[in-house]
Design a protein. Sequence first.
Length: 449
Amino acid sequence: MKSIFVCSFLMVLSFSANAQKTIDKIAAQVGDNIILLSDIQAQKLQAIQAQVEVTAEMDCEILEQLLYQKLLLTQAELDSIIVPEAQVDAEMEQRLRVIQQQIGGRQKLEEFYGKTINEIKAEFFKVISEQLTADEMERTITMDVAVTPREVKRFYDDIPLDSLPLINEQMMFRQIVIYPDITEEDKNRAYNKLKEIRNSIVKQNRSFEAQARVHSEDPGSAQYGGRIEATKGMMVPQFEATAYSLKKGEVSEIFETTYGYHIMKLLDRKGDDYVCQHILITPKFEDSGIERAALRLDSCYNQLVAGTITWEEAVLKYSNDESTKQNKGTITNPYTGDVMWDAENLSEIDRDIYLLTDKMEPGDYSMPSLYVNQQERKQGVRIVQLVKRTKPHSANLGQDYALITRAAEADKKQKVINEWINAKINNAYIRIDEDYQNCNFRNEWLKEM
């Protein structure tokens, strides 16, 4: 039974805002930890919003998940497992940041919920703390679980042939990337451009918002006039320090972060929370930088094709992509952490590489081509090698050993968790409301009743 509460936090807020007007009751209790009817309904709402099929057993399934979480919490208290407040705060901020992006900002979130952001944080601090504590307790229970090759084979052999999952076409890639160096001249050009923009705002009384819409190179905020709503810990240190140093309505001097050069106007600040506008100008290399990178990779490509340099040697000699250089240029799939890419995932994340390698055979190299690293907002030139390509097939040990190993390990962890639950049920105080005593639970939560 997997740890719960991974659905949208916004849905919990939405339900809770309405649940305050309804009569609640205790649905179950594990030790000192209670489960309310509203807890079950909130999780059900999440499932509905996530387009999960509603079944007659859903309430019982949700209750069993909650019983498991409360059992984990009860044991965590006995074992003195405590999640630091800083970790809870960081998780809270991350969730709120996602919600604000979806709902249209902090002000709209406060209007939607009818409370200030600090009140929302205070109300849900315990909820997040309990989730993280339960997760940590579960990790403690399963931390020593591992599978041997024999167990992996036994797990695979026990899967009925008609139940083997279909594996889509998968590919493995390596790359050599050259990002042109940003020169002092490039930096000065960006700095001077931002200086002119700042002067137009401060000395010529032009609108900061209008200048941000026209000139800012921050794709996340430019369309909103550079507006950002944030709190302590959300932004890079230089940005945050500037926000806390300004007076309301003041425009900052130019400051630098890893993204480039910024100016900021503080709109409002309450405690750790602030609202500002900013303009970002990123230093860019001139076309000659890309041309030099392309010439270097042309030389690299010719050597690879002629066989006068190995791929591994070429990566070390030419590539300056820090995320892949130390791994022979191998590109890791962020969905799975694996080196194999599902064709569907690939087209979502890096459509260019999919088009580059669609007609290639394993071992082939692409000719040097322009490359934009969307995560780091950098442009460069790269060569891609298709290392491996598998056809759609039913999962098997020869091609999908890593995948089957993960499934076997997950299955073994689940068995350990089930054994742990059944052992702890006997010693825990558990009470379940009569409305739920006819549930067909997987574990014997009612055995002592």
